[in-house]
Ligand binder design. Structure first.
Ligand code: RP5
Length: 169
């Protein structure tokens, strides 16, 4: 996946280690779009494009990003290395790996040593979606429009669950 961004100044960086991660991270992109949050999306690999990683993370704050969602699989050092190069909040999404079903990705991302935090989400689609919702919650502190959309999203979810019916016993 090549570099791309929405029309206005991106507030969220959505990066992943490979195009093979897109099927997971697209769930974050869908929600950011739904909330009208401008974001940029890009493949940045910790071990295959380390210089790009340093440049991307090192310039993220000055380019106006407010947080970075980083998804990776396997020995998933992308979120941790990004966090090492920026003070912005980094939201790590473990991608489901073939060999270990994402447990390797999860443990690689969640087990950051004390001092450089990465907010770690669930493996796979749920984690990607929740990372986008968390990014929305961060931005909602300063943006009433995003806050209203987040409140409406929650209300709609609640109404859906309240309307759920089980089959008669
Ligand atoms: C990681 O290696 C990526 O995040 C991806 O999840 C995994 C496999 O990458 P590909 O071999 O599919 O490019 O860096």
């Amino acid at each position: 996946m090549s570099k791309s961004s929405s029309a206005s100044q991106p507030l969220v960086g959505l990066i992943m280690g490979s195009t093979s991660d897109w099927d997971t991270l697209r769930h974050a992109a869908d929600l950011l779009r739904q909330f009208g949050i401008p974001f940029e999306q890009r493949v940045v690999s910790a071990h295959r494009t380390p210089d790009l990683l340093f440049d991307y993370a090192g310039t993220a704050a000055e380019r106006g990003l407010k947080c970075i969602i980083a998804g990776a699989g396997g020995a998933a050092h992308l979120p941790g290395m990004v966090a090492a190069k920026t003070h912005l909040p980094v939201l790590g999404v473990p991608v489901m790996s073939k060999a270990l079903k994402g447990m390797d990705s999860l443990l690689s991302i969640v087990q950051m040593p004390k001092g450089i935090p990465v907010a770690t989400f669930a493996i796979g689609e749920a984690g990607a979606a929740n990372a986008a919702l968390f990014a929305a919650a961060l931005l909602a502190n300063e943006d009433a429009g995003i806050r209203d959309k987040l409140t409406a999203f929650r209300k709609s979810q609640t109404e859906t669950v309240l309307a759920m019916q089980l089959p008669e016993a």
